[in-house]
Design a protein around this ligand. Structure first.
Ligand code: GAP
Length: 507
């Protein structure tokens, strides 16, 4: 099955089983906006909790806040978003389709990377066990040629974007003979900048202007509250402020399901440090964040690092953790050394001092910031796409199973009476009543037990607890494990411990 097919199946599975719906579907949907259904909302909540626990609960020097989406409009002037939060756009005159000019070039680069992979695969087949990938990539003339070409194109693209030389970006697209994927034509408009912030009107503002913005990142709510939290929490540098919340961007290339949305959620943490110590903390947080991802049990080869060549207006170092989505490796989380850019800018624009008095150094300074910023929806997609598996079973049957890490699974345990009679439902309800205060459980008595197991597999429930006639005699049940389908007989009294052990946050 091609990756495209897998992705299509995943999207329809997400809809069929109540994970993700297109927003306003009854009105034919709203582009790049999605709703989470009954199991999707649970999975999302569990991801948030896993992140919040690891950041806030497990770090004495990190606290969490919940700032408003609307902020004073000067916030976005100070942060640079009014002037610099732009994408370079280009339109194809024949298809009338709009693209991000840099993405067109990056897609072109991805095609060259695909050619390198083809060469590698061919060589691996030819050389068998003695094949050394690293050596091949660093010596094969054809691969070296491709790599050099990629480097030249990247340098030119990032150089032109850095200088805001949009006519050179267009020239590059034309020189590479990039065609519109829809019309196949190379008839392009000029490239121009487009601001990604959504704006709306607010009743009354003192300045007379009533245009406000929907925040494009949660980070600014943290910066604006930095002093409030530092003072009221008596926080000492280094310390962090974490937040989970909605962000909004008028994305032009809105595709790939919940990967690029116009309304999405971020989980961000700003870590305030002494000036000059930011690179130490940047490395520290890179290591911590990768550990967090790996703690979910998803294999290391699904992740890779990507250092930014073109730095955002606020950063002096930045990298991404990329995930191998069904459509290839793409950004999942960003780790940025933001210097004192934001706090200094807010200090200048607000006229309020945002300094910290360091008692050990006996001096005041504007702290530097290292940020970790992860998309909640992208984490959801990463978890779901890795979890989705179609398995062939003994005897030729098939099952679709979501091998979601148990700690994140929407439903932890399904309570299933073998038959809907003989007192089994009543006993099952008793167990449900005991367990439901510990974890999210699901009770079901309709259809054969096999069908019920399949339905639970399809939503990723790690444990099915079956109540049968023996249960009434000896207070034991069968517990079925989702991944292995193995079943064991256990005491009802041990269920909380068995399940609790498997779903605890262990970092
Ligand atoms: N405060 C820094 C910041 O916002 P970013 O790299 O623009 O940095 C951080 O965004 C993360 O937010 C990304 O790594 C991605 O996971 C998520 N994200 C950004 N734009 C998104 C979108 N349109 N849809 C879904 N997630 C998005």
């Amino acid at each position: 099955m091609s990756n495209d097919d897998v992705f299509k199946k995943l999207i329809s599975h997400a809809k069929e089983y109540g994970f993700v719906f297109q927003s306003s579907e009854i009105y034919d949907g709203l582009s790049a906006v999605y709703d989470y259904g009954q199991f999707g909302a649970e999975l999302k909540k569990n991801i948030k909790e896993y992140w919040w626990k690891s950041m806030v609960q497990f770090h004495e020097n990190i606290v969490g806040i919940d700032a408003a989406i609307f902020m004073h409009p000067t916030t976005w002037k100070a942060s640079g978003h009014v002037d610099a939060f732009n994408d370079p756009l280009i339109d194809n005159k024949d298809s009338k389709k709009r693209y991000r000019a840099d993405v067109l070039v990056e897609d072109y680069l991805a095609k060259i990377e695909g050619k390198i992979e083809k060469e590698v695969k061919k060589a691996a087949k030819r050389f068998g066990d003695s094949f050394d990938r690293e050596q091949f990539i660093s010596t094969n003339p054809r691969v070296l040629g491709y790599k050099e070409k990629m480097e030249t194109i990247s340098k030119r693209l990032f150089g032109s974007l850095e200088k805001n030389d949009l006519s050179d970006v267009k020239a590059l697209i034309e020189e590479l003979e990039i065609a519109c994927p829809i019309s196949g034509s190379k008839n392009w408009t000029d490239v121009r900048q487009f601001n990604l912030m959504f704006s709306t009107q607010m009743g009354s503002l003192s300045e007379g202007s009533n245009q406000i913005f929907l925040r494009p990142e949660t980070a600014q709510g943290i910066f604006a509250n930095y002093l409030n939290v530092q003072k009221t929490g008596r926080m000492k540098v280094p310390f962090g402020i974490a937040q989970i919340g909605k962000a909004f961007r008028n994305e032009i290339v809105a595709r790939q399901f919940i990967f690029r949305m116009r309304e999405f959620e971020q989980m961000e943490m700003q870590f305030f440090v002494r000036p000059g110590e930011e690179m130490k903390w940047y490395d520290y947080w890179k290591e911590q964040r990768m550990k967090w991802h790996l703690s979910l049990g998803i294999p290391a080869e699904k992740y890779r690092w990507h250092d930014h060549e073109k730095l955002a207006h606020y950063a002096n170092a930045a990298c991404d953790i990329e995930f191998d989505f069904p459509f290839g490796f793409k950004e999942l989380e960003g780790i940025h050394s933001r210097t004192d850019f934001d706090l200094s800018a807010h200090q200048k624009f607000s006229g309020k001092k945002l300094q910290y008095f360091d008692p050990e150094l006996n001096e005041s300074y504007v702290p530097y910031v290292v940020e970790t910023s992860i998309g909640l929806d992208r984490t959801f997609l990463a978890v779901l796409s890795h979890a989705y598996n179609e398995e062939k079973l003994e005897g030729g049957a098939e099952r679709v199973v979501l091998n979601i890490p148990p700690v994140l699974a929407p439903v932890k345990a399904a309570i299933l009476p073998l038959l809907a009679k003989d007192g089994l439902p009543e006993k099952a309800r008793e167990i449900m009543d005991e367990l439901k205060y510990q974890f999210y459980c699901y009770y079901e008595e309709k259809d054969s037990i096999g069908k019920r197991y399949r339905r639970q597999d399809a939503i990723g429930t790690p444990f099915c607890i079956t109540v049968d006639h023996d249960t009434l005699k000896d207070n034991t049940v069968t517990i079925r494990h989702r991944d292995t389908m193995k079943q064991e007989r256990v005491q009802i009294s041990s269920l909380i411990e068995i399940i609790g052990e498997k779903i605890k946050v262990s970092l």
